[in-house]
Structure formats: structure tokens, C-alpha cells
Design a protein around this ligand. Structure first.
Ligand SMILES: [Zn+2]
Length: 168
């Protein structure tokens, strides 16, 4: 399990200059969702693709509220976070057809949180056998075009512009 979670460590820390504001507060303030890879905006939370994905389709569910303390989060926000994880799993299932998912939070730097001051839930699609190709460091860079492709493939499943295929 430890190896599974370690690739998420410090991915943003190494990328963002110290002086910058919190990226999880910045992205939703900007209107350019495609550039920022914001997939969905809810009332209290939003979904955004991870720029340093552990796997294709790796995304994060983030509250708008700036806090790194799970015990401070309002129940309504917690409920919407989990509802958006559910929506994310549904969207990923239709867009990428993975065999499974990992989803969870790294609370605090000691636990591997790259951005420890702003909570986020990782949602990572998994495929049988992908463990064999697991990167051993977080330095693996993904081509921006591939991220944009994944974004364009995934987003319609969030905004409802594609039919719901479940049950059909
Ligand atoms: Zn923040």
C-alpha cells in the first residue's frame, strides 16, 4: 500500500514557487476551466484533473473552502465531496472503463500530501496489471496534450452532455 500512495507526494510542491497562492483556491477563481483542467463545479466542491497523474484519468475532488483540517469541514461539504467522488467514479467508468479505483486523502505532509493546507480526495482509475508499470518516483511528467485529451474525453460525462449509459 505504501508504494501505491507515495507517487502523490509533493507533486505540486516541487512545481509551484513558494510565493504562489494556494493552487486549489486559485484554479476555481480563474474562469478558464479547460486550461486549468477543471472538470466540474459543484456548490461547495469541484473536480479537477491531476497534472501529474498516477494513472490516466487521475482526478481530485476539492472543496472551495481553504482548509487542511478535515475536522473543520462542514457536514454539507463532506457530503458533497463524497457525492462528487461518486460522480467522478461514474464518469471515469464511462470514459476510461477501468477495472477498479483507488480513492482517498493524504492528510498532512507526513502522510504524503503535496498540498497539505487544502484538502483534496484523489480518485485514481486502476487497470488489472497496471501495478507492473507503477512509477517509482513522482517525477514522471505527462505530456500536456495527453492531459488535454483525457480532459476532453472525460468532461462531457460530468456536464451531462453525453447520455447516461448505465442500465442501458
Ligand atoms: Zn486553498
Amino acid at each position: 500500500m505504501q508504494r501505491l500512495w507515495s507517487p502523490w507526494r509533493s507533486q505540486y510542491v516541487s512545481e509551484e514557487p513558494e510565493s504562489r497562492e494556494c493552487i486549489f483556491c486559485e484554479f476555481p477563481r480563474d474562469r478558464d476551466d479547460e486550461r486549468n483542467l477543471v472538470l466540474y463545479r459543484g456548490e461547495r466542491t469541484y473536480a479537477i484533473m491531476n497534472r501529474f497523474p498516477y494513472n490516466s484519468g487521475h482526478l481530485m475532488v476539492v472543496p472551495y473552502e481553504h482548509t487542511g483540517d478535515l475536522t473543520e469541514v462542514a457536514p454539507e461539504t463532506l457530503a458533497e465531496m463524497m457525492a462528487l467522488v461518486q460522480r467522478s467514479v461514474a464518469a471515469l467508468g464511462r470514459a476510461f472503463r477501468p477495472d477498479g479505483y483507488n480513492t482517498g486523502m493524504n492528510l498532512g505532509r507526513a502522510a504524503g500530501a503535496g498540498v497539505a493546507d487544502h484538502l483534496h480526495i484523489h480518485v485514481v482509475p486502476r487497470w488489472v496489471g497496471d501495478v507492473n508499470f507503477m512509477p517509482v518516483t513522482a517525477d514522471v511528467k505527462v505530456m500536456p496534450e495527453l492531459l488535454a485529451d483525457s480532459y476532453r474525453k472525460l468532461r462531457p460525462y460530468f456536464d451531462g452532455s453525453l447520455p447516461d449509459e448505465r442500465g442501458g
